[in-house]
Design a protein around this ligand. Structure first.
Ligand SMILES: Nc1ncnc2c1ncn2[C@@H]1O[C@H](COP(=O)(O)OP(=O)(O)OP(=O)(O)O)[C@@H](O)[C@H]1O
Ligand SMILES: [Mg+2]
Length: 332
């Protein structure tokens, strides 16, 4: 995506295991996720139930610490931040819209929306006036004094969306933002997202099953069983997606390989295409010499699995026999 330069969000080698004492044991929810979102870019994540979408979103937003891997937001790594630094950095960069709206039950709609501005030190009158404008735009102007328990699911979701937008974040992380909305309200929310995206260069990273929402994004990434298995460019019909597609070349010529395939071909490097034939490419590594990214030394296969700590020993296996995670490359 050569037109954007700054990375608003970057995740490298994210793994997450939900520990459990139950019979069926631990759940490996993320298995080596790499993703970069540039300033002002909109990216959709699609994937079946249980594929790890919500876990990914929470890890990316610093709401949950992944078992392994690195996340940075607006150029700052979250891993080493203290609790206080993390909260402040989040408030300045990112807003969340969850599957269930998570409003504060003791505040009415207007005060729920105004609250993030109050946290930033904005005076009550000004914060409420801005909140009212956003609620009006979302068709909720006349419900501003309603308490969350008096609002329908879709109304609560609109209040949550207004609350996420009020601080003018650079990035919005949203988990099925239109899931609880009727088609008309859903389209209004989408129009608002489009305006923010086009006019104010807000970046979006959102989980969605809604075609129109996915179509508004420049790219969609398909998550299955904790890994991205495919990437799809603009104007892709999400009804066409299938699990067998593992590599997509977009219309700028950019090829994206899932990390496990990258590992299987021996890691990054220079490749030649000996014969060019329509509908097929055959890559051959130019030499043993690997690309030296940022002057780092050579990479080798990790000795232990970052997800379940399995010891690989002398084996050259590319995938963990215990939990199925892809085996990452580490610095030699
Ligand atoms: N708190 C938890 N403890 C244990 N396992 C969990 C927990 N939360 C999620 N999981 C498991 O991790 C996996 C990924 O869950 P996640 O909620 O990220 O999926 P999802 O893609 O968001 O699904 P959906 O589309 O249904 O919302 C699932 O197998 C789920 O059962
Ligand atoms: Mg979910």
């Amino acid at each position: 995506m050569g037109t954007h330069d700054n990375e608003i969000l970057k995740a490298e080698s994210l793994y997450h295991v939900y520990e459990s004492n139950a019979e069926d044991g631990n759940v490996v929810a993320l298995r080596g996720i790499h993703v970069t979102v540039y300033d002002g870019e909109a990216v959709a994540v699609i994937g079946p139930s249980g594929s790890g979408k919500s876990t990914l979103l929470k890890s990316l937003g610093g709401l949950m610490k992944p078992s392994a891997g690195k996340v940075s937001l607006a150029g700052k790594g979250l891993t080493r931040m203290t609790g206080h630094e993390l909260v402040e950095h989040r408030q300045n960069t990112v807003s969340f819209i969850f599957q269930d709206s998570n409003l504060l039950p003791h505040l009415n709609a207007l005060d729920n929306v105004a609250q993030p501005l109050r946290h930033q030190g904005v005076l009550p009158g000004e914060a409420r006036a801005k909140a009212q404008i956003l609620l009006d735009r979302l068709g909720m102007g006349d419900r501003a004094r309603g308490m969350p328990e008096e609002l329908s699911g879709g109304e609560q979701q609109r209040v949550a969306i207004a609350r996420a937008l009020i601080t003018k974040p650079k990035l919005i992380l949203a988990d099925e933002p239109t899931g609880a909305l009727d088609p008309i309200t859903s389209r209004e929310v989408l129009d608002l997202f489009k305006t923010l995206h086009k006019q104010e260069d807000v970046a979006f990273f959102l989980v969605t099953h809604n075609r129109e929402v996915a179509a508004f994004c420049e790219r969609s990434l398909e998550l299955r069983d904790g890994r991205f298995v495919a990437q799809h460019g603009t104007d892709v019909d999400i009804g066409d997606l299938s699990g067998s597609r593992e590599l997509i070349i977009d219309d700028t010529g950019t090829v994206t390989l899932p990390p496990d395939i990258l590992t299987q071909i021996g890691g990054p490097g220079r490749f030649e295409i000996p014969d060019i034939v329509r509908d097929s490419i055959n890559l051959e590594r130019v030499s043993e010499e690997r690309i030296d990214i940022d002057g780092k030394s050579e990479m080798k296969l990790a000795a232990t699995c970052p997800a379940c700590k399995y010891e690989y020993g002398d084996s050259v296996e590319q995938r963990c026999p215990e939990c199925g995670s892809s085996r990452p490359m580490v610095q030699a």
